[in-house]
Design a protein. Structure first.
Length: 200
């Protein structure tokens, strides 16, 4: 029998800190990706039948050029989401925007979505980052709906100059409850579809 001293097991708090926070596992190829690929192949076949190979090549060339212009913004948005997921304290986010945050979490998500600047290349990576660090579906839905309906950036840059102050203010006031209602309904449905937690 060895006389070597037994090492004490590490404290539970240290072990918990060493483990990476649980995140949503994203499959690289899902049903949505397969559906889009099938539609692309069908449309390419129809174009080839009507315009031949030249028509298909022309579309591919144009779309590759478009993809090259969009790619830097997609990359910047994904990097923003990744950095936010690392910077935000998971416990505070879970407490403020998690499943037990109640109405407060929905209101915080709504307010955050309303002031979030940028387009979809910013909003959706940030929403994905919030889900990763502990926000629930309800608060995240409230954020995305608020960004879509209330977003101050679009209201100031486009709506006020074109539609006028009165229309913009009334549209915002009428839209205010919708993100909260959507988030509450999303939270209700999600809790019943996935009673044991997030899907794998």
């Amino acid at each position: 029998m060895s006389d070597a001293p037994l090492k004490d097991p590490p404290p539970a708090s240290d072990a918990a800190e060493a483990e990476p926070p649980p995140g949503r596992v994203r499959k690289p190829v899902g049903w949505s990706m397969i559906s889009i690929l099938v539609l692309v192949l069908v449309c390419a076949g129809l174009v080839y039948r009507r315009d031949g190979a030249d028509g298909v090549v022309e579309i591919l060339t144009h779309d590759l050029s478009l993809f090259g212009g969009i790619l830097p913004r997609v990359l910047a948005g994904c990097l923003l989401g990744a950095f936010i997921a690392e910077i935000l304290p998971h416990e505070k986010v879970s407490r403020s925007l998690g499943p037990k945050s109640g109405l407060k979490g929905l209101l915080i998500g709504t307010a955050f979505g309303a002031i979030l600047p940028g387009g979809p290349f910013t909003a959706y990576p940030v929403a994905a980052a919030l889900l990763t660090v502990g926000a629930d579906f309800g608060a995240t839905i409230a954020m995305v709906v608020s960004w879509t309906l209330i977003g101050y950036g679009r209201a100031v840059a486009w709506e006020l100059p074109i539609m006028g102050t009165e229309f913009t203010l009334w549209r915002i006031v009428i839209s205010l409850p919708l993100p909260v209602l959507a988030g509450a309904f999303g939270r209700f449905v999600y809790a019943r579809v996935y009673p044991s937690g997030a899907p794998e």
